[in-house]
Design a protein around this ligand. Sequence first.
Ligand SMILES: *[C@@H]1O[C@H](CO)[C@@H](O)[C@H](O)[C@H]1NC(C)=O
Ligand SMILES: *[C@@H]1O[C@H](CO)[C@@H](O)[C@H](O)[C@H]1NC(C)=O
Ligand SMILES: *[C@@H]1O[C@H](CO)[C@@H](O)[C@H](O)[C@H]1NC(C)=O
Ligand SMILES: *[C@@H]1O[C@H](CO)[C@@H](O)[C@H](O)[C@H]1NC(C)=O
Length: 354
Amino acid sequence: MIKATIRVLLLRLSVISLVIPCVNGVMDTSVVKKVAAINEVGPYLGIVIPNAFELYPFLNESILTLETTVDISGRRFYVGIVEGQRVVAVMTGLGMLNAGITTQLLITYFNISGILHYGIAGNADDNLNIGDITIPQYWAHLGLWEWERYTGGALSWRLFKSAKGEDMKEEDLRCIEFGKYNVPVGNASNLLSKVCYDEEEILSVTGSPEIVEKHFWVPVDDTYYKLASQITTKDLNLQRCVDASKCLSHAPQVVMVSRGASASIFLDNAAYRSFLHSYFNVSPVDEESAAVALTCLTNNIPFITFRALSDLAGGSNATNEVSTFLNLASVNAVIVLTEFIRMLPSQLLTTLTK
Ligand SMILES: *[C@@H]1O[C@H](CO)[C@@H](O)[C@H](O)[C@H]1NC(C)=O
Ligand SMILES: *[C@@H]1O[C@H](CO)[C@@H](O)[C@H](O)[C@H]1NC(C)=O
Ligand SMILES: *[C@@H]1O[C@H](CO)[C@@H](O)[C@H](O)[C@H]1NC(C)=O
Ligand SMILES: *[C@@H]1O[C@H](CO)[C@@H](O)[C@H](O)[C@H]1NC(C)=O
């Protein structure tokens, strides 16, 4: 009786899976075949794009010669050619979770030789201007925290221990102390105490399963970074005006910077912006790049990020500039991405039979 019931259940399950093959995330066999045919003529450059406004200028046929698309797990993968190189491009959706999931899907399903990521960003660096396109050498996720308890000024109990099990020294911790930001300034006591930034734990394809590696600053690929530095001297005809009445105060520059930081946080706060730059030497702040970086590190795939500055992340007294400059910054990021792809060593292209 029980066996019969189980058999009926199993039968029902298999019928359901035949009728609606893709709803639970498992790939339909027709999709598997299509992806296999696509991979045969690989490898591809993976292009990872956060939002629709950043995707849109890339889909312009003057940039992307589209061959086919494949939909997997709620994402659309665009297969085509940019500047003579095969690419698979995909929009992730906002934030670290989406960026991590989508980058992993791209790497798992497609034959990817490297990941190029681009988008807009907030500017935490007073030496740069809205409109500049930053290319950082290192990325960190600054949203993995240990939040310390309030001790009223006594030395606080610490989650962070040194290798010997001792409390870590103040100077070795990466913390922000909320009391330093009280109004009026000067009273270092605040019930929110402090937040300390933790390292990420990576389970790498080159390591052993379940053995984590700790990483904080993730470097972009060295070869990509050196190649990208050649873009800074080129005249790329970057956009400077949104319309006849709204132009950038400075002509946009492509700049190599040391560090960028990400978290699933839209930053519009002058004090935190200033902390990020003075404490971590961060220039662009965004919501995806470090997730892409960490996913590439996990998979041992080279990557680089191009982020065009769309706003001051809270650094000006005017309303946040992002709504004015996001389209201009997106277009300029695509121009820099395209130039980078043009500079990569050319591949021999085989025809994709759809
Ligand atoms: C990936 O592309 C390379 C180069 O074309 C090819 O040799 C290899 O078989 C491809 N890998 C897969 C899994 O399709
Ligand atoms: C596509 O790109 C061309 C060349 O840069 C540009 O003139 C055109 O306006 C773009 N089209 C759209 C729909 O953005
Ligand atoms: C700081 O704030 C605490 C709590 O309100 C208060 O007891 C203390 O007197 C203040 N110290 C200074 C120097 O203002
Ligand atoms: C913004 O406003 C504050 C307070 O009024 C002022 O001290 C600061 O100089 C202003 N900053 C800028 C960039 O205008």
